[in-house]
Design a protein around this ligand. Structure first.
Ligand SMILES: C[S@@+](CC[C@H](N)C(=O)[O-])C[C@H]1O[C@@H](n2cnc3c(N)ncnc32)[C@H](O)[C@@H]1O
Length: 266
């Protein structure tokens, strides 16, 4: 949730803008993105070509893995950008175009799980003009809110909106609070620790199989360990699992990021 300021004048100050203005001299280019180090915070500017806009994301690497941008997120961001430019040529086309036709709402409603920095949900909202809820563990929510607020202008000018909520996998009450009224669930790099496989599958089950609403789950995943096949084996018992896209492996990697789609069977 948005941090309350004691001084009303602070409401007009975008903390990102201040940091970016003050720290241009620390700017480096990494993989085509501008990265600005400001003490413990790493501010990364991503150009989203399809909307000719910069999305700015604050990472806090010293706070842990939830505060960093993971490689699979970058793939999903690129594909969303590409979909907006050339929907028919995009690997996301079969899913997104069908959803856009099927939904009764003027804006797609999207839920992101394990959002981390929130970049995927923010770019989805901006490129699809969607209403997105980005979620993660409670202690991650303040940084998610910071990043949503920092991109409020780009979101508004593209007809998208992002809200932030805690959602812990395996906690049915968190899903009850958020509801199941979504067209699409997104996630990136959420299959890593094996003790999280069952809670994540339980949440997906509640969302994808727990309502009449036809929803798809699109997940970007970079395989790191053999044990991950246990997650996909269990997932295939519950859902139809398709591969929408596979990235070429980046330098030094054996495999590339894979985009999966899960949907209810039948
Ligand atoms: C490897 S990070 C990926 C973050 C982001 N999606 C990305 O690709 O940059 C995994 C994310 O899942 C979240 N996570 C881990 N366990 C979770 C749980 N039980 N419930 C909800 N989120 C969880 C973490 O906090 C973290 O943000």
């Amino acid at each position: 949730m948005a941090a309350q300021t004691e001084n009303d004048e602070d409401d007009d100050v975008n903390p990102f803008a201040t940091l970016l203005a003050d720290d241009e001299h620390n700017e480096d280019k990494v993989n085509g993105c501008s990265v600005i180090q400001d003490g413990a915070a790493k501010l990364q500017k991503h150009l989203v070509r399809s909307i000719n806009s910069m999305i700015v994301i604050r990472q806090l690497p010293s706070e842990g893995l939830s505060f960093q941008l993971w490689p699979a997120a970058t793939t999903l961001v690129s594909l969303l950008d590409q979909y907006r430019c050339e929907p028919a040529k995009s690997p996301l086309s079969s899913t997104l175009s069908v959803l856009a036709n099927d939904t009764n709402h003027s804006h797609l409603r999207i839920l992101e799980l394990g959002s981390g920095t929130g970049i995927v949900g923010i770019v989805a909202a901006a490129t699809l003009g969607a209403n997105v809820i980005v979620t993660d563990l409670p202690h991650v929510v303040p940084n998610l809110q910071f990043n949503a607020d920092a991109n409020a202008g780009v979101l508004a000018s593209n007809g998208g909106a992002v809200s932030v909520a805690p959602l812990q996998w395996g906690h049915a009450e968190d899903v009850e609070l958020i509801g199941r009224d979504f067209d699409l669930i997104l996630a990136s790099d959420v299959v890593y620790h094996n003790h999280l496989y069952d809670p994540l599958l339980q949440t997906l089950r509640l969302l994808l199989l727990g309502s009449d609403q036809k929803m798809a789950f699109v997940m970007a995943h970079l395989r790191r360990w053999k044990k991950e096949s246990a997650f996909f084996k269990k997932a295939k018992k519950l859902f139809e699992v398709d591969i929408l896209h596979t990235d070429n492996p980046c330098e030094g990697c054996r495999v590339g990021v894979i985009i999966y789609r899960f949907a209810g069977k039948g």
